[in-house]
Design a protein around this ligand. Structure first.
Ligand code: ATP
Ligand code: MG
Length: 765
């Protein structure tokens, strides 16, 4: 869905900042949904502008590619496709691509706006200590390692393409773009036909040999050399000299650099790539051994990963086919050695035009299950194959022909066949637990059931009401159907949640009842436990919520809803590091799910990591631009960082929305207080007494009072919030607006109370 459409459907028109006066080489200042603001730089591949994304009311960096680079339609199409593959790379050290597109023949890439400097700037300013150089290389290697594992090579690592953000994060720019670069005089002679920036180019690139990840390691080695020596390793007056130096000369010895470190650099710069580091991880290990300290290298997966793609079928059978895929995913999620992509993400690949290899790269998974479904009358035929996404090799295939009433047996058969197949390749793969036999159902029941399940997932009130109706009918017809009870329970709990604050109280009791029925029929039903956790959380019983979610994850370790909600529970119980880990785990399995990013953002804010939080929330809003919470948390982060211009854009969006939750209104008052916009006092003592279970809103109200210098008022809010169950101690500690209270004895006592409570709670777990 395009951001622009969503924007229209909301009819929100935040004010847009005026264009800066100054030279404007472009004859327009609007590209698709972006409004150009100021030029940030330019290079061999066009210009980079700071722009405002009007759909999401947020600033971005917009790269405009020169027409010459992608002149013909074929190249354009290939460019857009490849950029899309690279854009799915999701790593903190790789710049996030939001969108690539074409607007009136102008190709553009919208990406995360990085506030910081390029490594080129640092080198020119002689502003790189050895320690800093090593830190930059470490972070770049983490990003490269993730990309290489996904099969993506950068091809143009150079100081201009590495940025260091204000908070120290290194971001790699321009992934995979080098392939499309046209040679210019400043770069390579037209005759040679090679592209890239010669100073950092690997010998194999110059010789036009096929490249692999090791060419990036050479280039990064050259960048490291330059940061340490102040001069690039391969000098020369012109391009020809540089190229021949790379191919045939050894770089001058590194003066004043400890020999162990010089050895590392020279290993990266080996001309014969067999003698170089074989992988980014190896390079990194040597750097870490040199600098001391330890570092977990993430992304070097010990688990096997799989995506189950939507089955191709006639449009009439989509719900039915999706239901089957859902159940297969649920079955396979029980295997703790398998990272399985969640349904909400895999469904995006319906009718895709990507190759299996591209999908594998996009989702960073080893295998894909794909197939087709055909139904005629009471008979269903499914043909499926399991493919290795790294090489396209078929690992297994199967054909199933069953009566609709036996459809659940078939799902089990397919899941078992896959696990059996994985057994052959991965010895540690565990078999699936015995599953509870499903009641014999007929075609009408399975139809109702799949319809109910598909509606339940949308989280729209009307859909959920319908889902409840369908699932109730299913249970009437097949009372022993545990999963139907569990799904009904989740629907009831979600309906309650969505109807708040006007939800009928009995809904919650009914939800609990249904979950218990499901567990009586199948004590290992993970959905039932998730449902019980929602009920517990709504009642404010975080301890029970924690227990239920842990149980769901014991049964089904890849259950994304359970991972995500447990992350949320940890935020509210003050264990923000664990919350961060769980949210990241959910994201690995469900990169298209927005709430995981919202929780990740919240857990980071609570740890005072505002800049990283902004990244996560930005992602959340790209996926679900209507989420007021994501907006409000992002607004809070911007206020905490003092980024007032961006904060204003966010505020403009929020004030145009109705029915804002209390906590969101509280953040808006915080904005008003900081910008000194005259306004009514947002929280009075009387209001305070009326606030229901909303410790978060009160905590922010405390910020407002602290900013006004009314410390008594601030403390009163904190006290009330603690009374109502606030447990997020890290947030109290990292809250920049509460700094004036840091040494206040009453504040310290309140924090002590919260700490004690957390201790008691963790004993219970
Ligand atoms: P090449 O075209 O070979 O990549 P280059 O890296 O010098 O050469 P660009 O990629 O067009 O040129 O980038 C130009 C400059 O714009 C960068 O060096 C950097 O200063 C700035 N820039 C690029 N991307 C961003 C971004 N996402 N956020 C902030 N500044 C950026
Ligand atoms: Mg660049």
């Amino acid at each position: 869905m395009s951001d622009r459409r969503l924007f229209k459907s909301h009819q929100v028109t935040p004010e847009l900042p005026r264009l800066q006066p100054g030279p404007q080489p472009l004859d327009r200042n609007v590209i698709a949904s972006y409004m150009l603001e100021e030029q940030l730089g330019s290079g061999g591949m066009g210009q980079v502008w700071k722009a405002i994304d009007r759909g999401l009311a947020r600033p971005v960096a917009l790269k405009l590619l020169p027409h010459s680079m992608v002149a013909d339609q074929d190249t354009r199409a290939r460019f857009l496709r490849e950029a899309k593959v690279a854009s799915v790379l999701n790593h903190p050290n790789i710049v996030t691509i939001f969108e690539t597109g074409e607007y009136e023949k102008q190709l553009f890439i919208a990406m995360e706006l990085i506030e910081g400097v390029t490594v080129r700037d640092l080198i020119n300013r002689h502003d790189v200590t050895r320690e800093r150089a090593l830190d930059i290389v470490k972070q770049a290697l983490l990003g490269l390692s993730a990309a290489h594992q996904a099969g993506i090579i950068h091809r143009d690592i150079k100081p201009e393409n590495l940025m260091v953000r204000k908070d120290g994060y290194v971001k790699i720019l321009d992934f995979g773009l080098a392939k499309f670069q046209v040679s210019t005089e400043a770069q390579v002679t037209p005759q040679s036909g090679i592209v890239g920036t010669p100073r950092y180019m690997s010998p194999e690139q110059i010789k036009n040999d096929p490249v692999d990840g090791r060419c990036d390691l050479f280039s990064l080695g050259a960048v490291l050399y330059e940061m340490l020596a102040g001069e690039p390793p391969f000098g020369g007056e012109n391009v020809g000299h540089i190229l021949s130096a790379i191919i045939s000369l050894n770089p001058p010895a590194l003066k004043g650099v400890p020999p162990e470190l010089a050895k590392i650099v020279m290993k990266a710069l080996q001309k014969d790539r067999q003698k170089r580091y074989a992988q980014a991880g190896e390079f990194l290990t040597d750097i870490i051994a040199y600098t001391g300290g330890s570092l977990e290298i993430p992304g070097i997966a010990t688990e096997t990963s799989l995506v189950v793609l939507p089955l191709t079928c006639s449009p009439d059978d989509e719900i039915f086919a999706d239901g089957i895929v859902d159940e297969i995913i649920a079955n396979l999620s029980r295997n703790s050695r398998l990272r399985i992509i969640a349904r909400s993400t895999s469904k995006l690949y319906r009718n895709h035009s990507m190759s299996i290899q591209e999908i594998g790269q996009a989702l960073n998974v080893d295998m894909a299950l794909e197939g087709s479904l055909r139904r005629s009358g009471e008979r269903v035929r499914v043909v499926a194959q399991l493919v290795n996404t790294r090489d396209g090799f078929q690992m297994w295939n199967g054909r199933f022909e069953v009566k609709v009433k036996d459809i659940f047996d078939m799902e089990d058969e397919i899941s078992d066949a896959i696990v059996g197949e994985l057994h052959k390749h991965f010895k540690s793969m565990e078999s699936l637990d015995e599953r509870v036999a499903l009641p014999i159902v007929d075609s009408a029941i399975s139809e109702l059931y799949f319809k109910g399940v598909s509606l339940q997932g949308t989280l729209r009130i009307d859909d959920i009401r319908k889902a409840i109706e369908y699932l109730q009918k299913v249970i009437e017809l097949a009372p022993g159907f545990a999963t139907a009870h569990a799904k009904l329970s989740t629907s009831l709990a979600n309906l309650y949640r969505l109807l708040l604050p006007h939800a009928p109280a009995e809904l919650l009791g009914e939800a609990e009842e249904e979950a218990k029925k499901a567990l009586a029929l199948d004590p290992a039903n993970p959905d039932a436990y998730v449902s019980l956790s929602i009920v517990a959380r709504i009642r404010g019983d975080f301890s029970a919520a924690h227990a239920n979610l842990s149980e769901a994850l014991r049964i089904s370790p890849s259950h994304v809803t359970a991972l995500s909600w447990l992350s949320y529970v940890h935020i509210f119980t003050g264990n923000c590091e664990e919350a961060e880990k769980l949210a990241r785990k959910a994201i690995e399995r469900d990169p298209a799910g927005s709430s995981h990013y919202t929780f990740l953002g919240y857990s980071l804010i609570s740890q005072g990591r505002f800049m990283e939080a902004s990244d996560a929330l930005d992602r959340a809003l790209r996926i679900d631009p209507r989420n007021h919470y994501s907006y409000a948390i992002l607004l809070y982060a911007k206020l905490a960082m003092g980024q007032m211009e961006e904060a204003r854009i966010m505020r403009d969006y929020l004030v145009h929305s109705d029915n804002l939750p209390l906590a969101v209104q509280a953040v808006l008052s915080l904005y008003r207080q900081i910008t000194e916009t005259p306004a009514e006092v947002p929280f009075s003592d009387e209001l305070l007494l009326k606030i229901p279970y909303e410790p978060e809103a009160e905590r922010i109200a405390a910020d407002v009072f602290a900013l006004r210098g009314e410390m008594k008022g601030a403390l009163k809010f904190i006290e009330s919030s603690v009374k109502k169950g606030l447990l997020n101690l890290p947030f109290l500690e990292h809250d920049p607006f509460l700094k004036p209270l840091r040494d206040d004895p009453a504040f310290i006592t309140l924090k002590g109370l919260v700490a004690d409570r957390i201790k008691r709670l963790s004993h219970k777990h």
